[in-house]
Each structure stands twice: as structure tokens, then as C-alpha cells.
Design a protein around this ligand. Structure first.
Ligand code: IPM
Ligand code: MG
Length: 354
């Protein structure tokens, strides 16, 4: 199995080191891995003057799956937009057609205290956000900043979805719902936006092929409210790129820390890029303080979704659970009475639990 490893910036390299340790610990058991490293984001800009160097894209295309750390850093914030680290991420998603972004939010019972919500609101939480990842406001043309007829500067972006783009991600959401509790809530803003009106129509049409799935629809403002009011009402949330970006950060906080959640971005053939949903956290980079569990759990998702090695994915997830049960915590999830450890020690603990 050829895996392209793109550590990126900030805490990316240190959390990646831990995930690689874990992959190496399970490899050789019916699963041989070949890791190939390349630069992306700020690291890509530093190495090749491009946040997505041509060599990195080539490697990613040739790989079976991609494991990514994080991109971004203060020192790149003043670069022209096309050179910024985030563009490396957006371009690789688009180039590889990774249109379906799966962001699970699961609460480990021991971490109920780490959430800012009441334990009874979040206990047992297990939801999956399926976010469309290669269209919408993020990529819609026209876009830009111009001087308008009144001589005033004006910024504009375009929200757009074609029906085929909605249909293919709706299929993924519905298929995932079939494997879970068969409930799918499609989130949009159809009371105001035509793009959302079409989204809703296409989701309804597509869902006819999955009669067992209980389909509901919710406006995004209400969904944002319901996520903190009663998040356990949701099983699978299907939504567009911009709404999914916002709602998935909100959902991560229900679980106590954004440092716990992995993600998968899949193409039509289940080739995927796997990454923690957190960012590069430049303020704590290099201090051995980051939580590597989101990246380790992303590696488990890779085994599950791209390599169909469910047993190995289960083993890694169980090892993470054991480590948490043993009271080991990085700073972001540390509560009184638990043992605070660093990033590398957390990686070692998961390997030991394996
Ligand atoms: C995410 C991130 C990215 C996004 C940024 C870094 C471009 O917030 O993966 O959610 O907006 O998609
Ligand atoms: Mg985001």
C-alpha cells in the first residue's frame, strides 16, 4: 500500500510522526506499507515556491492514499493568496477530486468533562458530517475584489452547485447512513438561496433509491443551534462545503477537543486523503504539546475506507480508547485527576496499547 505522507506545517510534522509510528506498528500483518514523504502548504512554499509543488501532486496521484498533517503559519499570512498554505490544501482536494469529506464526531465517555457542554447533552454522541469538498463558495466563479460602478471596492464570491455534484455526495451520505442508524439530515438554506433549493430537490430525488433512510432537512442556522441544544438527534448530516466547514468545527467541540477528530476526503473510487480536522496550531508547534490522536484516528479511517482493513482500523481505535481509559491526556483534553503527557508519549502509549 503506497501512502503519500504530507506532514505540512506547525504541529503537522509532530502529530504525523506519531501516526506513522502507529501505522508501522500494525504493518506487516497482512498490510505492507510504503511511505513516501512530500512537502505541502508553507513547507511546499519554502521548498519549491508553491504550496502544492508539482512533485507533491504527482506523488499524491500515484499513491493509494494520502495522510496529511496540517498547513498554515503566521509567516505565510502576508503572501499573495495563491501562494498561501491553505491553497495547497484546496488545490490537492480539487485536483484529486476528493469531493466527499467525512468528519465523524464521537465522544469518548471519559472525555465528557472536557466538553464545554453538559455531560448529559453530549454523553454517547456519535455523529457523522458528510461535507461536500470541491465546489460551492470555495471554488465558484466569478470571484474577486474589484472597483464597482460607484468607485467603491467590492468583494464577491459565488455559491454554486451543479446537480451532479450534489447527487454524487448525496449518494455517499446516504450509503453511510445505511451503514449507521439510517437517518440523514440534509442541511442548507433553501429559504433564502437558490443553490440550496436545488440542493434539496436533488437530495430528495437521490434518496428515493434508499427508501430505508429516514431523510430530513434543516436550515443551517437551525442546525447550528440544534448541534449545541440536542446534538444526539443527528446521525448523518449531509451538507455543502461552506456550511460543512463551519458546522464541523462546531461539532468537534461537542467532543471536548478538536484534537480528537480525524477525517477522510474521498473520490469516486474511495481513494482518499486523511487528515485531522484541526489546523497547524503554530502557537504550540515544536513544543511536544499537540494531541496526535486526531491524526492517528485519521490513519485508522484510511485503513477502513481506502484499504478496507476494518479489523486493523478497529485495533487502532481500540488502542486509542484504551489510552484514554488509562487516564493519559495531552494538554487539550487534560482534566484534574488525569495524567498529562506530551505528543510523542501519547503516540508511544497508543503503540503500547496496540
Ligand atoms: C478545513 C479547514 C480548511 C477549509 C482551510 C484550512 C482551507 O478549515 O479543512 O475545515 O476551510 O476547508
Ligand atoms: Mg474548517
Amino acid at each position: 500500500m503506497k501512502i503519500a505522507v504530507l506532514p505540512g506545517d506547525g504541529i503537522g510534522p509532530e502529530v504525523m510522526e506519531q501516526a506513522v509510528k502507529v501505522l508501522q506498528a500494525v504493518s506487516g500483518q497482512g498490510f505492507e506499507i510504503e511511505l513516501q514523504y512530500a512537502a505541502i502548504g508553507g513547507a511546499g512554499y519554502d521548498a519549491a515556491g508553491d504550496p502544492l509543488p508539482a512533485a507533491t501532486l504527482k506523488l499524491a496521484r500515484a499513491a493509494d492514499a494520502i495522510l496529511l498533517g496540517a498547513v498554515g503559519g503566521f509567516k505565510y499570512d502576508s503572501l499573495p493568496r495563491p501562494m498561501r498554505p491553505e491553497q495547497g490544501l484546496l488545490r490537492i482536494r480539487k485536483e484529486l477530486n476528493l469531493f466527499a469529506n467525512l468528519r465523524p464526531a464521537q465522544l469518548y465517555p471519559e472525555l465528557a468533562d472536557a466538553s464545554t457542554l453538559k455531560p448529559e447533552v453530549v454523553a454517547g454522541l456519535d455523529l457523522m458530517i458528510v461535507r461536500e469538498l470541491t465546489s460551492d463558495l470555495y471554488f465558484g466563479q466569478p470571484r474577486g475584489i474589484h472597483v464597482n460602478a460607484d468607485g467603491e471596492r467590492e468583494g464577491y464570491n459565488t455559491m454554486r452547485y451543479t446537480e451532479s455534484e450534489v447527487r454524487r455526495v448525496a449518494h455517499i451520505g446516504l450509503q453511510i447512513a445505511m451503514k449507521r442508524n439510517k437517518k440523514l439530515c440534509s442541511v442548507e438554506k433553501a429559504n433564502v438561496l437558490e443553490t440550496s433549493e436545488l440542493w434539496r430537490e436533488v437530495v430528495i430525488e437521490t434518496a428515493k433509491q434508499y427508501p430505508e433512510v429516514e431523510l430530513s432537512h434543516m436550515y443551517v442556522d437551525n442546525a447550528a443551534m440544534q448541534l449545541v441544544r440536542n446534538p444526539k438527534q443527528f446521525d448523518v448530516i449531509l451538507t455543502g462545503n461552506i456550511f460543512g466547514d463551519i458546522l464541523s468545527d462546531e461539532a468537534s467541540m461537542l467532543t471536548g477537543s478538536i484534537g480528537m477528530l480525524g477525517s477522510a476526503s474521498l473520490d469516486q473510487n474511495r481513494k482518499g486523503m486523511y487528515e485531522p480536522i484541526h489546523g497547524s496550531a503554530p502557537d504550540i508547534a515544536g513544543k511536544d504539546a499537540a494531541n496526535p490522536l486526531a491524526t492517528i484516528l485519521s490513519a485508522a479511517m484510511m485503513l477502513r475506507y481506502t484499504f478496507a482493513h476494518d479489523a486493523l482500523a478497529d485495533r487502532i481505535e481500540n488502542a486509542v480508547r484504551k489510552t484514554i481509559s488509562a487516564g493519559l491526556r495531552t494538554a487539550d483534553i487534560h482534566t484534574p485527576g488525569t495524567t498529562r503527557i506530551g505528543c510523542a508519549a501519547m503516540g508511544d502509549a497508543v503503540v503500547a496499547a496496540l
